[in-house]
Design a protein around this ligand. Structure first.
Ligand code: ATP
Ligand code: MG
Length: 566
């Protein structure tokens, strides 16, 4: 299942676990969990957390990792998201076995613990409105004020809590709050809300059974403890919530106290990562769906042609730390480029076809030339490609005149056709507007697999037999945003203002070699000299082949920057 070739890199979390194990903590168990909220598709940031949590379980003897849906906001969640999350975690190469849980599995337990807190005088039902609660909370420099309902008796609280549960009160009428410290320097400790009332939503797991739902800060520590989690790994924004996590577990009768450890979130340049913003891109039609190949979602990356191994390598390469940073897209692209360079079979595809007639090649003749599927890996075998009098080359591989740096075809010049012969451009045919529409060439029959004597042919270009080539649609993607940090620019009213208007370029007249007609959804190839492509898993069919460009052969952004500095 997992890529054993990538050694797990150590990090400060693994060092904490090692230290815990060395003193025999948790009966020497290591048990993590990945707890997504099913309110959207997983993104590459989640992949970092998945690789961390499942990676630890994989690497420690007897290690376990649960997949737990943190489903306490039913109005934003649904089963489609639950299903997509499971599919994406599996696709990444991780397996939770039997350990699939829902926070909603614990709703009854959670209610029981709430009753315990009330009985111990550590929680109370508060009738303040949301605005009043906010106003009472104070600020970072001023202590909060106690709620007038803070000193209700245990009996009154028990009665009100029971009536909240049975549906007697409207949404927002009352909440259950922890009784901690309204003067705490940590705002999260100023009597945080534990339960709120929410009628009329049908929960994807519990239906209409509940009309009040527990808050994250109450649910999460208890879910972790009930599952016997030893190390609860989360992102840095929860650091300030850790005292509350610990408070909850210290004040109820639960025999397990997982250790919360925070690490920094992944931020990736030229994209956004929050599910709220990704939802907006989908809902407002800026992208076709959650799996649009420009999206930073796992589903989008998969459809774009990313491999699970490349994403795991990426997660390993960026590492786990406590410092916030923003990773260049080039780091992610390099990971998939390396993987595909090793594993993707080579093919020929012409993106902008220009017809080329080899005048001294007999009409009707056809040769089956052999081409290796990978120049460095013979085990990938070879295939046969048909050569004929009429072929297509790419428009970009011909110029009427050019300096010596242009190692492709020029008028009167020679070039090698990849896996075939050396040809010479004899005549250029143009239309009424002066556009080149056809090239007339000659070929040297003695140059198959050997160089011509006495002449140096420097360029090699790709081609496809006109008669055998298969029409294809090719989608070229660029970054979704033209700003490196679209959601942190305060000078615009919405991050969507930074969307790159040219993030998708569709070529409808590409011609690819005939072997590609049989390619199946998701198959990945290198089109020689062009980049890595995969068959679109949603819209490609035998009638209409659609390819997505995963990544260019080289870092084109580095090239652009180089050229700019010349
Ligand atoms: P978002 O803001 O995108 O909705 P979230 O943190 O609310 O993210 P959850 O579904 O609650 O999303 O996250 C599940 C787990 O994935 C959490 O442990 C969370 O910390 C982690 N996670 C989410 N985003 C990132 C990220 N960008 N980098 C690393 N881990 C992340
Ligand atoms: Mg969330």
């Amino acid at each position: 299942m997992n890529d054993k070739t990538t050694p797990a890199t150590t990090n400060f979390i693994r060092q904490i676990i090692d230290a815990d194990l060395s003193v025999g903590k948790n009966d020497s168990r290591v048990h993590t969990r990945f707890p997504p909220e099913p309110n959207g598709f997983l993104h590459i940031g989640h992949a970092k957390s998945i690789c961390l949590n499942f990676g630890i379980a994989r690497d420690y003897p007897g290690g376990l990792c649960n997949l737990r849906f943190d489903d306490t906001n039913p109005h934003k969640e649904n089963v489609e998201f639950v299903d997509s999350i499971q599919a994406d975690v599996r696709w990444l190469g991780f397996d939770w076995g039997e350990r699939l849980f829902y926070a909603s599995d614990y709703f009854a337990d959670l209610y029981g613990f709430a009753v315990e807190l009330v009985k111990a005088g550590k929680a109370y039902v508060c009738d303040l409105t949301a605005d009043e609660i906010r106003e009472h909370r104070g600020t970072l420099t001023e202590p909060g004020r106690e709620s007038p309902y803070r000193n209700r008796t245990v009996d009154e609280n028990l009665d009100l809590l029971e009536r909240m549960k049975s549906g007697e009160f409207e949404d927002g009428a009352r909440v259950l709050r922890a009784k901690i410290d309204m003067a705490s320097p940590n705002m999260n400790m100023r009597d945080p809300t534990l339960y709120r009332i929410r009628h009329g939503v049908i929960h994807h797991q519990t239906g209409e059974e509940w009309c009040m739902y527990p808050m994250y800060d109450f649910t999460h520590p208890i879910s972790d403890a009930l599952e016997g989690i030893t190390h609860s790994l989360c992102t840095l924004e929860f650091e300030d919530h850790r005292p509350l996590y610990d408070w909850v577990l210290d004040n109820i009768s639960i025999g397990c106290h997982p250790r919360q450890i925070e690490f920094s979130r992944l931020n990736l340049q030229y994209t956004v990562m929050s599910k709220r913003k990704l939802t907006q891109l989908v809902d407002d039609g800026y992208v076709s769906d959650w799996d649009d190949p420009r999206m930073p979602t796992i589903a989008g990356l998969r459809r774009r042609g990313y491999t699970p191994a490349s994403i795991r390598t990426f997660a390993d390469r960026i590492g786990i730390t406590k410092s916030d940073n923003s990773i260049e897209m080039g780091v992610l692209e390099a990971c998939v480029r390396e993987d595909l360079d090793t594993h993707a079979p080579r093919r020929m595809g012409v993106l902008h076809p220009l017809k080329l007639v080899i005048e001294n090649y007999p009409d009707g003749q056809e040769e089956a030339l052999s081409a290796m599927n990978h120049p460095k890996d013979e085990s990938m075998g070879s295939r046969s490609i048909p050569f004929t009098r009429e072929i297509f080359i790419d428009q970009a591989d011909f110029r009427e005149t050019a300096n010596k740096k242009f190692k492709r075809l020029v008028s009167g010049g020679e070039v090698r056709l990849r896996n075939a012969y050396v040809i010479k451009c004899e005549q250029v045919i143009k239309d009424a507007n002066g556009e080149v529409i056809e090239l007339r060439c000659s070929y040297d029959p003695d140059t198959l697999g050997t160089n011509p004597e006495g002449r140096k042919v420097r360029g090699v270009i790709h081609w496809v037999s006109a008669r055998h080539g298969v029409k294809a649609e090719v989608r070229l993607y660029d970054r979704l945003f033209s700003h490196p940090a679209p959601d942190s620019d305060k000078t615009v009213s919405s991050f969507t203002e930074h969307l790159n208007p040219d993030s998708l370029h569709t070529l409808t007249h590409a011609i690819v070699e005939p072997s590609l007609a049989a390619a199946g959804a998701g198959d990945r190839f290198q089109y020689e000299r062009e980049g890595y492509f995969c068959v679109d898993s949603k819209e490609s069919s035998s009638e209409r082949l659609v390819f997505n460009r995963t990544v260019t052969l080289r870092d084109s952004w580095a090239k652009i920057e180089q050229q700019a500095s010349k």
